[in-house]
Design a protein around this ligand. Structure first.
Ligand code: ARG
Length: 458
């Protein structure tokens, strides 16, 4: 039993099956850099507090640095029997520097250690995600500025509703990704407290300096309660939730990329290098990237539900169930980063079929609301105007015409208040540009949104 770091009280060595089942080293090895950084800060603090002597701290630190280099160069052997990354590193430290390695774990437990490592890992990856979101927002803003005169149909129920600027459409997604960005920022601030020093659950009998280690590791301050420190995984849940919401946004815009690039819509052409062909149908260009991004949202949700379920009803403080926190988080980090990167580049490179969009913008009686508003301006109550326009649309449909194709006399069968100026109101450009109120689709309003977005990004 001597080979296990905790083997003292055991009379049987761990069953092979139990050992395999218990081991997290195959995935938590990702934490090695944070584990070593945390250990170095911890020994420096122990020396500063005279809990160990300077020379011991130096030997431990040198050993840890050597281990880091070994892992980076692929010279480190990861073994199931070492259980997790924390044990594997400490065991190797024993091999390298002998019994003094045993002093590293003074005033510390794996429970506060893993909570610290995991927060450091997530903090770093969230910064990467925020950078990806920033790039995506920038691409959306640039495209919106460049394509400010392109019109398209706006939909409700996926039925033509009212014409909008393409930029108004794109800037809707800017708002969603901005909220995602702020959500990540918000929980990152909340999670930036250091659990190191909470010990196994109750704190420690040694005179440690938690402010020192917190600061050395880039945290704003130490956590406040030892039981909470080792049992809290709210930060992981907040991350998985924010990632799910962001994935949901990506899935919605991806779905539209799939629909809008179909032959029936043909509003846009996705870049060839982000599409694939069919092994049997030579004409095909399949939008695999937006489809996959849409699909991967399922994993993000699954990971979130998985950890919520793991934590439900867990008593304080640490329980081994909590080792199940890492894989969902690792997977959501990689999934979200790759989805964001791919989407950003694809969106930047896609081509708009501006003529097709403009034509569709005028179809489906998209200016019917403008005709109703026209009647209201002439003094008719809106509900009556709605009815008059409904009848006009039914008539135009029966004649296979659009509103703009109707003759003056045809209009006037439905209301005598309609006059020659009606033709200005049923055209797409006028419809779009008259929605000038803040947040509307008029060019002036969209340019204002773009300006505010650019200010946000600088
Ligand atoms: N591998 C463990 C985890 O990820 C580390 C903490 C182990 N603590 C313990 N008391 N067994 O949760």
């Amino acid at each position: 039993m001597a080979e296990k770091l905790w083997g003292g009280r055991f009379s049987l060595s761990t069953h092979k099956l139990a050992e395999e089942f218990n081991a997290s080293i195959n995935f938590d090895r990702k934490l090695y850099r944070f584990d070593i950084k945390g250990s170095i800060a911890h020994v420096e603090m122990l020396a500063k507090q005279r809990i160990i002597v300077e020379d011991e701290a130096r030997q431990i630190k040198d050993g840890l640095e050597k281990i880091e280099a070994e892992i980076e160069e692929g010279d480190f052997e990861f073994r199931d029997e070492d259980e997790d990354i924390h044990m594997a590193i400490e065991k190797r430290l024993h091999e390298l520097i002998g019994p003094v390695a045993g002093k590293l774990h003074t005033a510390r437990s794996r429970n506060d250690q893993v909570a610290t490592d995991f927060r450091m890992y997530l903090r770093e990856r969230v910064d990467e995600i925020s950078e990806c979101l920033r790039e995506l927002m920038q691409v959306i803003v640039d495209k919106s500025r460049e394509k400010i005169d392109v019109v398209m149909p706006g939909y409700t129920h996926l039925q033509t509703a009212q014409p909008v600027l393409f930029s108004q459409y794109a800037m809707a997604y800017f708002q969603m990704f901005k909220r995602d960005f702020l959500r990540f920022k918000d929980f990152r601030e909340r999670m930036n407290e250091c659990p190191l020093g909470a010990g196994a659950l109750a704190g420690t009998t040694f005179d440690i300096d938690r402010d020192y280690t917190a600061e050395r590791l880039g945290f704003d301050k130490p956590t406040s309660n030892s039981l909470d420190s080792v049992s809290d995984r709210d930060f992981a849940l907040e991350f998985l939730s924010a990632a799910s919401i962001c994935g949901m946004h990506l899935s919605r815009i991806s779905e539209e990329m799939v629909i809008f690039s179909s032959a029936e819509f043909a509003f846009l052409d996705l870049p060839d290098d982000f599409c694939t062909g069919s092994s049997i149908m030579p004409q095909k260009k399949n939008p695999d990237m937006p489809e996959l991004i849409r699909g991967k949202t399922g994993r993000l949700y699954g990971n979130m539900i998985s950890l919520f379920t793991t934590l439900k009803g867990l008593p304080l403080a640490y329980n081994k169930d909590m080792q199940e926190d890492k894989e969902p988080v690792f997977d959501s980090v990689e999934t979200l980063i790759s989805s964001l990167r791919i989407f950003t580049e694809m969106f930047a490179k896609m081509k708009l079929n501006e003529k097709k969009m403009a034509k569709a913008a005028g179809g489906g009686f998209s200016t019917a609301t403008d005709l109703a508003d026209y009647l209201v301006r002439k003094g008719m109550p809106f509900r009556e105007a709605h009815n008059v326009v409904g009848k006009t649309v039914a008539y135009a449909l029966s004649k296979n015409k659009g509103l703009e194709d109707l003759e003056m006399e045809e209009f006037r069968q439905f209301s005598r208040v309609i006059e020659g100026d009606i033709f200005e109101y049923v055209v797409v450009a006028k419809s779009v540009d008259s929605r000038k109120a803040k947040g509307g689709t008029a060019k002036s309003s969209v340019l204002q949104q773009i300006k505010e977005a650019e200010e946000f990004l600088t």
